[in-house]
Design a protein around this ligand. Structure first.
Ligand code: PLP
Length: 374
């Protein structure tokens, strides 16, 4: 029998906070379409508008600027599709919800990142000069490395060249303060299940000057910016999760200290292991670590057997582990990239979970090193 599974994959999805489950359950016991004019509908509408106010307060946007969606994938698709006639500049480390959309639209222009995983602002300026009136998409925090991107600086630069700027803020929105106004972007994507809320609900925050063509055609919901009946219970869960984030922000220093302790143990046991992006500014609870000589699928299986849930940044297709495009863009070689795992924690994590992972990691590394040497 496996040990109690320890969940260290918060960047994939977070557990829903108990208070959020209560709020969602309460709404699920009611019914009403938020577009209906009768009392049931008005109650549903009030739920939606209350959540909109909660997002508005958290992310410093006007309630009218928030468009609820089915998640960040839809938010990203909406943002990119609305500006598909413009030259599209995307960073080399964007999530597939941006890269695949950009590729489906045409030939995106790829903004380089440094070996530390940070977008290159000089390169951005070159690209903007060559492609005035572009559309630029730069994420706030990379989902594999946790590296924070200079989005405010990128947006200010892009504005000088008449660009429209989108930011996928999914991995930052539950781990650090995010201020839509201060970032200076035109559109910002969010997802509830990355911050203690339910899956299948997200939002696109849209500046007043942006005329957003709906991506989901249908009714006139969300001020004609997104057709489809609102997911009232999901939206309530999203709003509630966002309203609870102060409790997380109060302990991020603690999370950071746990991560530092975890990474220090790995470094001491395996000096050639790479802590990806460690020289950059990172959010508090994501580590991307290579285990020299050991493929990440082997690691994931071993950790799973030990009751530890982590993930790899690499996509596995037809049985072959592919190096992650993010790590590749950072210049990390194939052998290292295919030996990287991502460890991400959050509101429910206990320090002993990271201690157990460090112990299992070191045991596996030492066992595999002996096999490799033999
Ligand atoms: N953007 C980033 C950076 C993500 O990490 C994810 C989820 O993995 C998404 C977008 C997609 O979000 P959703 O699951 O809400 O569609």
């Amino acid at each position: 029998m496996n040990a109690t599974p320890f969940y260290l994959d918060y960047a994939a999805t977070t557990p829903i906070k108990p208070e959020v489950i209560d709020a969602v359950s309460l709404v699920m016991k009611t019914h009403g379409n938020a577009s209906s004019v009768h009392g049931f509908g008005r109650t549903a509408r009030e739920y939606v508008e209350n959540a909109r106010r909660q997002l508005s307060a958290r992310y410093h946007a006007k309630p009218s600027q928030i468009v609820f969606t089915s998640g960040a994938t839809e938010a990203n698709n909406t943002a990119l599709q609305a500006f598909k006639q413009r030259p599209m500049i995307i960073s080399a480390i964007e999530h597939p919800a941006v890269t695949q959309t950009a590729l489906a639209i045409g030939q995106p222009i790829i903004l380089k990142v440094s070996s530390d995983g940070v977008i290159n602002l000089n390169h951005l300026e070159e690209l903007l000069k060559a492609n005035p009136q572009a559309f630029v998409s730069v994420m706030l925090v990379n989902n594999e490395t946790g590296v924070i991107q200079p989005v405010k600086e990128a947006a200010a630069l892009a504005k000088q060249y008449g660009a429209v700027v989108h930011c996928d803020a999914v991995q930052g929105a539950g781990r650090m303060a995010v201020d839509f106004k201060d970032l200076g972007v035109d559109m910002l994507s969010l997802s509830a299940h990355k911050l203690g809320g339910p899956q299948g609900v997200g939002a696109l925050i849209v500046a007043d000057n942006i005329k957003l063509e709906p991506f989901m055609m249908g009714g006139s919901q969300e001020a004609r910016r997104r057709g489809g009946t609102e997911n009232v219970a999901g939206i309530v869960g999203f709003g509630h999760a966002v309203s609870l984030l102060d409790a997380d922000f109060a302990v991020t220093a603690q999370w950071e200290a746990w991560r530092e302790g975890f990474e220090a143990k790995i470094r001491a046991a395996a000096p050639t292991a790479i802590i990806v992006g460690a020289k950059s500014l990172r959010v508090c609870a994501i580590s991307c670590i290579t285990m020299p000589g050991v493929r990440n699928d082997t690691q994931l299986m071993a950790f799973d057997l030990a009751g530890l849930a982590v993930s790899s940044g690499a996509a596995c297709s037809s049985g072959k582990v592919q190096p992650s495009p993010v790590l590749k863009a950072m210049g990390i070689n194939e052998a290292d990239a295919t030996s990287a795992i991502r460890v991400s924690s959050g509101w429910g994590t206990e320090p002993q979970e990271l201690e157990k992972l460090a112990q299992s990691w070191i045991e596996l590394y030492q066992r595999c090193s002996k096999t490799i040497a033999a």
